[in-house]
Design a protein around this ligand. Sequence first.
Ligand SMILES: [Zn+2]
Length: 414
Amino acid sequence: MATINIRRDVADPFYRYKMERIQSKIEGKGNGIKSVIVNLSSIAHSLSRDPAYVVKFFGFELGAQVTANPSDDRYIINGAHDASKLQDSLDGFINRFVLCGKCKNPETDLIVTKDGQIIRDCKACGQRTDVDLRHKLSGYIVKNPPKKEKKEKKSSGKGKKGKKDKDGESPKDSGSEGLEEDMGIDGGSDDELTKRIRAEAKDLPSNGNGSTLKDDDWAVDMSEEAIKARAQNLPDDLKKALVLEGEEGEDSPYDVLGKWIVSEKEENGGEINGVKVYQKAQELGIEKKHRTLQVLAQTLFDGSIIKKNQVKAHAGLLKKMITSDRHEKALLGGTERFVGIDHPELTNSIPSILMAYYEHELATEETITNWGTKASKKYVDVQTSKKVRKAAEPFLKWLQEAEDDDSDDDEEDE
Ligand SMILES: [Zn+2]
């Protein structure tokens, strides 16, 4: 069955949070006419929400009577409502009751507090954001709080002991189990290398611009208007360049390559053979194109990029394909999308990712420095771009410092 991105404003075909498109059928006629949502439970599962919440939401939004029969998986809305209208309405549910209010990631738990607040607890960025209690569904949720599932075992998302990795996991089975497995990975905490770089960067004399890393600076306006505005900011040629889903990008060789890599990984428990990737790119005639690097950055890696040293694992392939600084830039651009959109939980690992690129000579100091100098909307919206660069600061500083040391040495040598 066709899946779509949980966030429909994200046009990235490699976005890993997917759900089925709503399927409905009209039954009965006259006053008895009703819409049956055929795949409601699957969609609710992808969103990690009780199906009753979703169907109640429709009822409130459409001013219609709803019936939920979980036992026989029947979810019905009185009246005739076509699937596209329901899909639009579902966006409202996702925005209000699923996506993190801070980072817009859909991996959140709903928590009803003792004093009747509803909180979205984000697994990606760790923020807890309030749900608007004025919506009628909020009243229903407070009265019918989410059932405590087996999920409780996972403490705060930071404990990764004994958690099994499941990298090969298909983005299509983004059910709660899949989400849970992913959450342990780097759950927002710094890994060792990042810690080291951060520590070193802290000891550096400030270069006067007073840039320190503050969470507040990362805040991104995630209101619907702001997201729409940002989406409109993307120039058309860029939209094309981003290998978009839909008529335009669907058959592009970049899209074909990306989807092929994703499905190969699914079949092979997350592993992918570099030689085969190269051959596939060759077959598609894009093994020399810089844009191919963007696709690779978005598809070769996953949440364990640092933990499993995936940069090193693919360094041979990447090195072979990177033949100019344009290629390097495309790799960094793809990485911006990979982290900024697909894996916000990896934001703190950006310095380590850049370090790995640098160590394996996939990007030169010059390219990384230029990249870090200013935010760009070429690959992601400007806010995300800024956020990623902000997170990269410790590494950029470290690079700068290393360079200064070098030039000091040169002077002494003279
Ligand atoms: Zn979040």
